[in-house]
Write a protein that binds this ligand. Structure first.
Ligand SMILES: O=C(O)CCC(=O)C(=O)O
Length: 283
């Protein structure tokens, strides 16, 4: 399922181009589920969870965005919920995070519809989340072939372990900015680079890549007339706790069943572990 040399590559580079995990029918089922959600959002939207209200592109939203998002697809469509327990994906995540169990932080579709998308700048995901440790990995699963022209993932290898960009350096940088000691940090400079500054990770529909939450990544505009839809699942290592001093106003915080400093568990954050693998395909 995953070889030791792939785990080492991930540890050194902060990303891994993996390969096929879903067949054509499985990809088609996910695309159909997305189409149903888009139809509901176009017709006014489902507000049953706060993240649907803020995290979904609505019919009345005609602004041009670099990306279009639909957050927590697993709460809307059974095929996306089943995917959280995909044996290959769970097994790889446990190996990459050296943990016996991973727990979903959230999932989302990110798409770049033709003529309605743009460059999505370099960033490190971790600092947008109210979580206490950077033991979080994203599985980026292509629902269409993702190429340089259609806006595939671009990563900066090794940036997850660069001492300039780790949490302690980030805290110091925030303090220096608050005290007006610096105007532009190294992080800000990287965020302004074009995606071509990074390494492209081209993958086909049904294939996936993984990236570490401190790895800088960006996507260029989709300049083709093809769809570029990806399903993104973000998983935390067992033991990850809530840290409200970082991005404490995140849209998922009102749904937390635990407080600052406690392990993030609860119905909104399902666990996925190797012993549940038998459930795959039974939906
Ligand atoms: O899919 C994209 O265009 C961007 C995805 C991204 O930034 C992420 O997976 O964290």
């Amino acid at each position: 399922m995953i070889e030791q040399k792939q785990v080492r590559f991930f540890q050194q580079n902060g990303y891994l181009k993996y390969g096929p995990v879903l067949d054509v029918e499985e990809v088609e089922e996910l695309r159909d589920g997305l189409d149903r959600v888009i139809q509901i959002e176009q017709a006014g939207g489902d507000d049953s969870e706060p993240e649907f209200h803020f995290g979904h592109r609505r019919g009345d939203d005609s602004s041009r965005r670099s990306i279009t998002q639909f957050v927590n697809m697993w709460k809307r469509e059974p095929a996306y919920e089943r995917l959280l327990h995909h044996p290959t994906i769970s097994g790889i995540l446990c190996a990459l995070l050296s943990t016996s169990q991973v727990r979903l932080w959230h999932d989302q579709i990110i798409s770049k519809p033709p003529d309605d998308n743009d460059h999505f700048q370099f960033h490190q995901d971790f600092y947008f989340w109210p979580l206490d440790r950077p033991e979080i990995v994203t599985c980026w699963l292509a629902l269409d072939d993702a190429t340089v022209d259609s806006g595939c993932m671009h990563v900066i290898p090794g940036s997850h372990a660069d001492p300039r960009f780790v949490p302690e350096a980030h805290r110091e940088e925030q303090q220096a900015k608050a005290a007006n000691e610096i105007m532009e940090s190294e992080r800000d400079k990287i965020s302004k680079q074009p995606a071509s500054f990074g390494t492209p990770v081209e993958i086909k529909a049904g294939e996936c890549m993984f990236h570490h939450c401190l790895n800088f990544h960006a996507t260029p505009p989709n300049i083709t007339q093809n769809q570029r839809r990806a399903h993104i699942m973000i998983f935390m290592a067992k033991g990850t706790r809530v840290n409200l001093s970082q991005s404490g106003n995140h849209v998922l915080v009102p749904g937390f069943e635990v407080g600052h400093g406690e392990e993030l568990v609860g119905k909104g954050f399902p666990a996925s572990e190797p012993k549940l693998w038998g459930n795959w395909h039974q939906g």
